[in-house]
Ligand binder design. Structure first.
Ligand SMILES: *Cc1c(COP(=O)(O)O)cnc(C)c1O
Length: 350
């Protein structure tokens, strides 16, 4: 039996509905990059149907998405050369401009082009510097084929609502002369949830669409969209003092029943998951024991009734959110859902 990821269509729809209820007039640019955060682009129809815009990172993702929708697609990483520009235009993508070299690539376009100008308001990653914006606008304005849809920026620390850089980024962004004339976009999930003054004209939800909290703490009303499960393929009883798995990193303190589960790091289960990482088996949380191996993990199931073939839920249940597994594995939920391996079978469920 394979590892299965079920993607709940109703959870996706509810999460999108709760974003709409929160953000009034702002248009929704749903982030479906990285195969819809690992949920697979073919499995997230409610998001594709219900959003105003969709955003992906690169042309390969845009090509896949274009087969599923006629809605505008924003290419977050823009174009690197004229060949990519031609491809982006033929896919009817809006493109992000974050560097002056991209202005050179697009400035003589003879085809209508929708662009989103990205400004670095303090994150020091992608984005034109505030002082480069007027130069960029001057060049673009000579070509009537280029339409600036929006001025956008990205928060460095929106997941820490009290971090003062959030205020200083908003201030710097709003102070730009161009911000008075253009539509604006700044909010990712964390900003959507924590500050209404960052909603502006377009919001850009990502992780929350999939029912996952962008913060250290959880949001009960976000509905987990992905449930990951794998079968118990063997059971054994071990004696007090025996060790389990590679390196013997867990020792039984008493006679114990161990379930061997058919999922490992090659499927995308985090190798760094510590002893005691929660696993849901027959509605009871059981602790992971021993090291995660390529195809297998082990759980202590001494306290429950269980048989070979029963399913273990690794995450994506009200009782076991992926955020908790991420915490036990020293990573973030974004990483866990977006790096499932192609060996995992995906199915859409109601
Ligand atoms: C991925 C991304 C987002 C969404 O971030 P979440 O934290 O997942 O909501 C928003 N804006 C940009 C530019 C992104 O690349």
């Amino acid at each position: 039996m394979p590892v299965v990821a079920t993607i709940s269509q109703s959870a996706l729809a509810e999460n999108l509905a709760s974003i709409k209820a929160k953000c009034g007039k702002a248009k929704i640019v749903s982030m479906v990059k990285a195969a819809a955060y690992g949920h697979q682009i073919e499995m997230v129809a409610p998001i594709i149907k219900g959003s105003d815009f969709l955003a992906v990172s690169n042309l390969a993702e845009a090509t896949k998405l274009r087969r599923l929708t006629t809605k505008p697609i924003l290419l977050l990483l823009g174009v690197a050369n004229t060949a990519e520009l031609t491809a982006a235009i033929s896919l009817k993508c809006h493109i992000t401009i974050f560097d002056l070299h991209q202005i050179e690539i697009i400035k003589n376009t003879k085809t209508k082009l929708n662009i989103w100008l990205k400004v670095d308001s303090g994150m020091r990653r992608l984005g034109l510097l505030p002082q480069q914006i007027s130069e960029a606008l001057d060049t673009i304005s000579t070509n009537p084929k280029i339409n600036i849809v929006c001025l956008m920026s990205h928060f460095a620390s929106a997941d820490e609502p009290k971090n003062p850089t959030n205020n200083s980024q908003i201030t710097r962004f709003k102070k730009l002369p161009a911000a008075k004339k253009l539509k604006l976009s700044m909010a990712n999930s964390a900003a959507i949830l924590s500050r209404e003054d960052a909603a502006f004209d377009f919001i850009r939800p990502g992780i929350m669409l999939y029912g996952i909290s962008p913060f250290e703490w959880m949001y009960e009303y976000l509905q987990p969209a992905m449930q990951l499960s794998a079968p118990i393929i063997s059971l054994k009883t071990i004696k007090k003092g025996e060790q389990v798995g590679y390196g013997g990193t867990w020792t039984a303190s008493k006679k114990s029943t161990i379930a061997i589960i058919g999922i490992g790091y090659a499927d995308g289960y985090p190798r760094h998951a510590q002893n005691s990482t929660p696993i849901l088996i027959n509605k009871v949380i059981c602790p992971l024991v021993g090291r995660v191996s390529m195809d297998l993990i082990m759980a202590d199931v001494s306290k429950i009734k269980v048989k070979v073939g029963d399913l273990a839920i690794l995450w994506g249940d009200k009782e076991l959110r992926v955020e908790e597994v991420a915490k036990s594995s020293n990573t973030i939920a974004y990483e866990l859902v977006s790096r499932l391996n192609s060996r995992v079978i995906f199915t859409a469920v109601e």
